[in-house]
Design a protein around this ligand. Structure first.
Ligand SMILES: Cc1cc2nc3c(=O)[nH]c(=O)nc-3n(C[C@H](O)[C@H](O)[C@H](O)COP(=O)(O)O)c2cc1C
Length: 202
């Protein structure tokens, strides 16, 4: 608590990928709302409310991906309704599904896209016969080079992965363990954030 200074109207804005954000906070991608959150609200109601709320407050909301298709379809529709304001997070699918969804993200007007590699190995998707897997550097480079959108990699938890993410062309990283929903016994994000920030020099 410091109260001896000249600031009366704090300015919390940052610029991210050329967009001015009033606060340095984005709404995380949350998908599968009807079955993850007790069925009180539909995917569409949830994601439209989050994206519009973020937009009205001068920041950006993110959208999720998964099975059933209504998860990402609701996200793309919400982004389209806000003229591209929103960041779609697409899972590390095999090529066909991945590139189809990257195309849909672009069609929706998004200028920033992300891949949640922290979902690699998600058992529910594997059991449905639709596995999502880790990606080697060459594959990531190919994916990033094929998209004209700013590309964020979500799920960076070590300095090595952070350096690799930048080497393969990522425009940004999200330090995340997917909320501990995929892998057991990961470190906490706050524990690894300082060493990752240092590795990528902020
Ligand atoms: C119900 C639920 C659904 C989620 N769906 C997605 C998703 O579709 N895509 C994604 O990247 N992350 C998803 N996440 C993970 C969150 O975006 C986020 O990573 C997690 O809540 C932890 O926060 P943190 O990453 O800020 O540490 C989901 C989390 C929850 C609780």
């Amino acid at each position: 608590m410091r109260l001896i200074h000249h600031i009366t109207e704090p300015d919390t804005h940052i610029t991210l990928f050329g967009k001015k954000l009033e606060i340095p906070i984005l709404a995380a991608p949350i998908g599968g709302v009807p079955f993850n959150m007790g069925g009180k609200i539909s995917e569409e109601e949830y994601i439209f409310a989050v994206l519009e709320g973020c937009h009205n407050e001068g920041t950006i909301g993110c959208t999720g991906d998964g099975i059933p298709a209504f998860i990402h379809e609701a996200g793309f529709a919400a982004i389209r309704s806000l003229n591209g304001e929103g960041i779609p997070f697409i899972k590390p699918w095999e090529d066909k599904e991945l590139f189809l969804k990257l195309d849909k993200a672009k069609d929706a007007g998004a200028s920033i896209v992300s891949m949640d590699i922290d979902a690699s190995g998600l058992i529910t998707l594997k059991l449905m016969g639709r596995p999502v897997t880790p990606k080697p550097p060459d594959k990531l480079r190919e994916i990033i080079e094929k998209t004209s959108m700013n590309f964020i990699l979500k799920g960076i938890m070590t300095p090595d992965d952070a350096r690799l993410a930048i080497e393969v062309g990522a425009s940004g990283i999200v330090v995340s363990n997917h909320g501990g929903r995929v892998f057991d016994h990961t470190p906490g994000v706050a524990e690894v954030l300082p060493e990752i920030s240092e590795a990528v020099q902020g």
